[in-house]
Design a protein around this ligand. Structure first.
Ligand SMILES: [Zn+2]
Length: 348
């Protein structure tokens, strides 16, 4: 098999500016690295924050981005044992088993270095660390599998692992984006009830109903009263915030019931942003916590996602959103910013 020497990647040269899609030269594979041909890459809010420079000063410019994808292994460096050429894989930012290697450096047409983290997926071919790859069965549809790198593990891990949600518990979700809707699916699989979804977009709320929301509410001043009335006056057992919006985070806490209602912050705010909470919300026994990646162990969780394929209680394919070519990456990001439904994919 002849391996590619060049590929097409979307490069962030300057924060606040569009990405530049251009030809890049692939670096040689080092021990512990894997060369993957991308099938689908998810586009997530983290990349919007990154591209907008809202994660603080960006020391890695210029660089490629993207942190969830599916694809095929083309080649492996020495010491790689987890995957072999021809395998279908999920690429993920969440470290799992295998070698941890630093990010590779690509070279642009001018001969300048373009940085990458241990995983980057806005590339037709990418060199990634072994510990960011998880093998999947060749029968798994690769569009759905792309969601297993970030949206599904973060959203589902919040419900399955962090909260260990139980049947009959009341559940409120703030933010019907990719991660939030994945947590809604997981809450449905655990038979939480009611499953209340809150957003600022009526369109997103409609979409959430298709994914199992039993009630939907527009974000506003009446939110706490509405949640109380839908939970028999008690407040919710479980509250998941997946907006990354300060006001939503602040509103999430009092929606939980006192004496044991739990609130998980899963959204990412711009760097430096602070939230304000009434201490009595905690004094009366609410538990406020957060999660990065839903505490996922992907070597265990991805086989579970495979088993859940086709389960009517867990229709994860309904999470798939709009599809774009890599050349349309800036449109894809604009659409996400404007509130597109489901998880946006780059497709090859
Ligand atoms: Zn993500």
């Amino acid at each position: 098999v002849k391996l590619p020497e060049k590929t097409l990647g979307a490069v962030l040269y300057e924060t606040g500016k569009p990405l530049v899609v251009e030809e890049l030269t692939l670096p040689p594979l080092l021990p512990g690295q894997v060369l993957v041909e991308m099938a689908f890459s998810g586009v997530c809010h983290s990349q919007l924050l990154e591209a907008d420079g809202k994660r603080g000063p960006d020391r890695f410019l210029p660089h490629v981005m993207g942190h969830e994808a599916s694809g095929k292994v083309l080649a492996v460096g020495s010491e790689v044992t987890k995957v072999t050429p021809g395998d279908s894989v999920v690429l993920t930012w969440i470290a799992s088993r295998g070698a941890a290697t630093p990010g590779p450096a690509y070279t642009n047409q001018k001969g300048d270095k373009v940085n990458a983290g241990p995983v980057a997926t806005f590339l037709q071919h990418a060199v990634v660390a072994e510990n960011r790859c998880v093998r999947i069965s060749p029968e798994v549809p690769l569009d759905v599998a792309a969601l297993w790198g970030c949206a599904l593990p973060t959203g589902c891990g919040t419900i399955f692992r962090k909260l260990d949600a139980q049947a009959g518990q009341s559940f409120v979700l703030l933010g019907a984006g990719g991660v939030g809707l994945a947590s809604l699916l997981a809450a449905g699989e655990r038979e939480c009830t009611p499953r209340i979804v809150v957003d600022i977009s009526e369109e997103k709320l409609q979409f959430a109903r298709k994914l199992g929301a039993t009630h939907t509410l527009l974000f506003g001043d009446q939110l706490k009263a509405e949640v109380l009335s839908l939970t028999g006056g008690r407040g919710a057992d479980l509250v998941v915030e997946a907006t990354g919006n300060r006001l939503a985070m602040e509103a999430a806490v009092p929606l939980a019931r006192d004496r044991g209602g739990r609130v998980v912050l899963a959204g990412n705010t711009p760097a430096g942003e602070k939230i304000s909470i009434d201490p009595f919300a905690l004094i009366y026994g609410r538990v406020l916590t957060g999660t990065a990646g839903g505490e996922s162990l992907l070597d265990e969780d991805i086989p579970r996602f495979e088993k859940l394929l086709g389960n009517p209680l867990f229709p994860m394919e309904k999470l798939l959103g709009e599809r774009y070519r890599l050349e349309e990456i800036n449109t894809a990001m604009e659409r996400l910013r404007a509130g597109s439904l489901g998880r946006t994919l780059i497709a090859w």
